[in-house]
Design a protein around this ligand. Sequence first.
Ligand code: GDP
Length: 379
Amino acid sequence: MTNVDKKRRHLLVTNDFPPKVGGIQSAIIEVYRRLPSDEIVVVAPAYPGDKKFDASLDFPVVRIKTKAILPTPSTISKVREVCRRYEVESVAFNPLIPTSLISRFIDVSRKTTLFWGAEVVIPAGLMPVRPLVKYALGQVDDFVSCANYTVGDLSRLSRIDLSERATTIYPGIDVGRFTYKGDKTAFRRKLGIYDDSFVVVSISRLVPRKGMDALIKAASIASREIPKLQLVIGGDGREMDRLQSLAQSHSAPVHFLGRVPDDEMNDLYNCGDLFAMLCYNRWFNLEQEGFGIVFLEAAACGVPSIAGQSGGSSEAVVDGITGQVLSDPRNPLSVAEALVRYYKDNEMRLKQGEAARNRVVADFSYDEIALKWKNFLHL
Ligand code: GDP
């Protein structure tokens, strides 16, 4: 047996894997690179730059020469071959559709599917594809979900009680990259913001679900009571023009940064007194916030958050402890009230910031999260 052909107990079959960039890709690689490297193997689609990326890993990645992993005869045969070659005992499929549809052709003792949110909740909510979702759910033994709400929603929509077979393991963050710095002024000066401003930071892709419009309107209202209020919005997206016009028409104190370089993200969070992202549900609750990693990143920097109640946001932010979760995030008045409350109550803000950082360091570091996966996968 060569080194590469050595027995590997666990296989991940995934459509999302670096070097393709994205939140799910990052979450997966940060876990899998921390699992015992001699126990795992990955099957993923080919992607530009994959050879160089795969060479940097100390476990094998078998690339399928298509854009996505579909249950075609050639892909099924490839996955079967990998299972035989490495004597694989357990397989994790990501996402449920289409990768789990391969599952019935694979003979291993345990089959798992990963849930992230929209990719399973939306198809489960659509009548024409619901039967396929139910079928796929029946093909695997158990599930790992990145938030509790996904399991509840999916059980309700599919009318299959998944609670017994599902385990929630939250996504992690790099607590070495996102840290409390203590100094807020250096980056404020770089942005041209006064040292003594009350700075509310928000970062996300600028898409409607993130509720930036309500936050901008709220900033305009709150600025009557917070004269030195400055809202700093990082990130880019299709809403940028509309949001800029909105800020102008409401005379809101907003500073748009556009796409923020990776190496400035920690400084940006740290320069805020408060983080806010008013995510909300759209399309009859089918489109929700998956988890809200940005709340964890802000927390790691010792900054409390105001979050809109949507999907996993109330699991990312503990209401009243690490921030506030608003049940009516579309109402600029109640968002403005929350901003003013945090402005006025310095002690509460600092206490929540500290609690947020302690929680993230204890429970959400990649090392902690990977350990949970290792136990779950029996590696
Ligand atoms: P999602 O985009 O809906 O998955 O929202 P999340 O909050 O779960 O994750 C967004 C991720 O993208 C976080 O890790 C953010 O830090 C990151 N992100 C969003 N906007 C920017 C940006 O402008 N620059 C950088 N470097 N990262 C960003």
